[in-house]
Design a protein around this ligand. Structure first.
Ligand SMILES: *[C@@H]1O[C@H](CO)[C@@H](O)[C@H](O)[C@H]1NC(C)=O
Ligand SMILES: *[C@@H]1O[C@H](CO)[C@@H](O)[C@H](O)[C@H]1NC(C)=O
Length: 272
């Protein structure tokens, strides 16, 4: 390029291409060869390490899905949480005292149930059989919560409601084995049982009502991070606890006779 060499930066030109010593960027052809081979090798090793890691991860994720998520395995079971949110799980209110009106309890119910009220046919589907494993989550029937699905959720009476929510637990699969098709088409349930924690507690209320009685339908599982997924709920209505007495209630959920999780909460209602 004689046209350029006449007017532009001779040092830089010499750096780019030294025609006398045949150096490109100060390196000779064999040096460039070594340089390329070195980086080719370096990236090949890096890529094969990455590929090796990917293979290991894919292998383990596959095993994880078939065994670790099994209900019988140590993978764990979903926890439950309760509404209203109460410090030390103690629900306390006074019936006639307007100042102590349990508006925060009522708001907790409202906030949780709001999402359930917005379910429609586009986002949710009616589920009748067990473990659907589909992309569209199941519709939870709010009417099945009975009086506990309606404001003020029993907090205007001596008989308050407590909601139990089976928390989202990725991949948990409480389902019958696929080799039993007759039972697969039926709805099965994670049963819930509530009772006074100690025998004395059982004498301090008239009844505990569960809505819905069957418990949590298994059609809501497995949870696989579906969009708009709503965890199933069960409500407990504590009927007429003795005024001013601390009542401790324990609710246990079971699937096929095995405990899934349990929850203890306490209630004091100061009556009229
Ligand atoms: C949603 O689907 C159910 C059952 O398929 C049907 O009974 C109901 O009318 C539908 N609701 C709306 C709003 O389309
Ligand atoms: C919802 O629950 C109520 C009360 O248990 C029941 O009467 C109704 O049939 C249920 N609706 C559906 C769609 O399952």
């Amino acid at each position: 390029m004689p046209g350029i060499s006449r007017w532009c930066c001779p040092n830089f030109r010499l750096f780019l291409w030294d025609s006398r010593r045949k150096l490109l960027c100060k390196r000779a052809a064999p040096e460039w060869g070594q340089f390329c081979m070195y980086y080719l090798g370096f990236f090949l090793i890096l890529m094969s390490l990455t590929a090796f890691m990917c293979i290991i991860i894919i292998h383990y994720v596959q095993r994880y899905q078939t065994t670790f998520f099994d209900v019988n395995h140590l993978g764990g079971t979903p926890s439950v949480s309760m509404r209203p949110v109460a410090t030390k799980q103690l629900i306390i209110y006074r019936l006639q005292d307007v100042q102590m009106a349990p508006s925060s309890y009522i708001n907790d119910f409202k906030n949780l149930l709001q999402a359930y009220q917005n379910q429609d046919n586009k986002t949710h589907q009616e589920c009748t059989s067990t473990c659907l494993n589909s992309a569209k989550p199941c519709k939870f029937n709010i009417s099945s919560l009975g009086p506990c699905g309606k404001e003020p959720y029993g907090y205007d009476t001596e008989s308050p409601c407590v909601l139990i929510k089976l928390n989202k637990h990725f991949g948990w699969f409480p389902c019958l084995p696929p080799n039993d098709p007759s039972r697969q088409s039926q709805q099965s349930y994670i049963e819930v049982e509530c009772k006074g924690h100690q025998p004395a507690d059982r004498e301090h209320y008239s009844e505990l009502h569960l809505y819905p009685q069957n418990g949590f339908p298994t059609s809501f599982f497995p949870y696989s991070a579906q969009k708009h997924y709503l965890a199933p709920l069960v409500a407990v209505k504590i009927e007429n606890p003795l005024s001013g007495i601390l009542v401790t209630i324990e609710c246990t959920s079971r699937y096929e006779g095995k405990a899934v999780s349990s929850l203890i909460f306490q209630v004091i209602v100061v009556g009229r």
